[in-house]
Ligand binder design. Structure first.
Ligand code: ZN
Length: 318
């Protein structure tokens, strides 16, 4: 089965529910366009911004439409039909219409990636800037995570090729929030800011979550790990928070986002473990040891933004 994802120049296609606020469609799409102009347009990729009953519009949040969004608008039931056609599935309810979700899923026959968003822009506007890049990172991981070798040896879904769970969610969370911090222009049209104060608070919250969990990211590697952690209500603490702190440590080794991102094109060729070693200069096992020390020495600073000398302070320099 050939795996044909496009790693260059696929124009994503955007759908939304009839009556969706155009301002937020533009904010969302601009964020994707900004990021993908630099790191590449992967695909085939489809977006579904779904409006759920019961959103309460916040009149204080800006509504000036600054461009035509050019989303394809349909009723929710027609969006669902369109979705099933794209992923070649016939079941009813294949779209998750529950509110408050944002996620990427993929299919292999045909090779397609779909991102669905049911969060309300009035509840969490920042999710319309950082969130799209987080999900786009999953699309990125997917196109660089599958190779014919991986499919042929039936290693899909295993951590061998795409990387462990903490890496999948950690790198998506870390790259999206760092990128947004480095590009304040993304927040130009909304009132929320992602300055050092906000970003540092976010990083320190992750550090605090992870420290308090008393587990390690090694316990958040496989699909089974994910399920076990779910039973203990620790998925967020280990896989998301621990994973993003791990990426802070890793970018400290390779020194720039540019270098950090260079791991992805290596993965289809040599697999995640070897690509990791090449990118960050140490085998995964050695990293786990060093990372434990890094966490033990890192001091949580939630009230005041972390200083330059602190565990994450080097990120302050935009
Ligand atoms: Zn994610």
């Amino acid at each position: 089965m050939p795996v044909k994802f496009n790693i260059n120049d696929f124009e994503p296609i955007y759908y939304s529910t009839t009556g969706y606020p155009e301002f937020w469609e533009c904010v969302y799409r601009d964020s994707i366009e900004h990021f993908s102009k630099i790191w590449g347009k992967v695909g085939p990729l489809y977006f579904f911004l779904i409006k759920i009953n019961g959103w309460e519009p916040n009149l204080n949040s800006q509504q000036k439409p600054f461009a035509e969004s050019k989303f394809i608008r349909k009723s929710n039931s027609n969006l669902e039909k369109e979705y099933c056609r794209i992923v070649n599935r016939s079941e009813k309810n294949c779209v998750n219409r529950e509110g408050g979700n944002h996620g990427m899923s993929w299919s292999l026959n045909p090779n397609t990636m779909v991102i669905t968003m049911t969060m309300s822009p009035y509840q969490d506007p920042i999710q319309f800037v950082i969130g799209p890049i987080h999900e786009y990172m999953h699309a990125y991981q997917t196109v660089y995570g599958y190779s014919e070798k991986a499919v042929a040896s039936n290693q899909m879904g295993q951590s061998l090729w795409r990387g462990p769970s903490w890496w999948m969610e950690g790198s998506a969370t870390f790259v999206s929030s760092l990128y947004c911090y480095q590009n304040p222009v993304l927040f130009e049209d909304i009132t929320d800011r992602w300055d050092w104060e906000a970003y540092s608070r976010d990083l320190n919250t992750h550090l605090n979550n992870y420290k308090k969990s008393r587990k390690t990211i090694q316990q958040g590697a496989t699909y089974d790990d994910w399920n076990l952690l779910e039973n203990e209500n620790l998925v967020h603490e280990i896989i998301y928070s621990g994973g993003s702190i791990a990426c802070v440590f890793l970018i400290q080794q390779c020194r720039s986002l540019q270098k950090f991102m260079e791991i992805f094109p290596l993965i289809p060729e040599i697999g995640w473990g070897e690509a990791f070693k090449k990118s960050f200069g140490m085998p995964v096992e050695a990293f786990y040891m060093k990372f434990q020390k890094f966490v033990a020495n890192a001091k949580v600073s939630k009230e005041t933004p972390s200083e330059k000398e602190s565990w994450c302070g080097f990120l302050k320099e935009r």
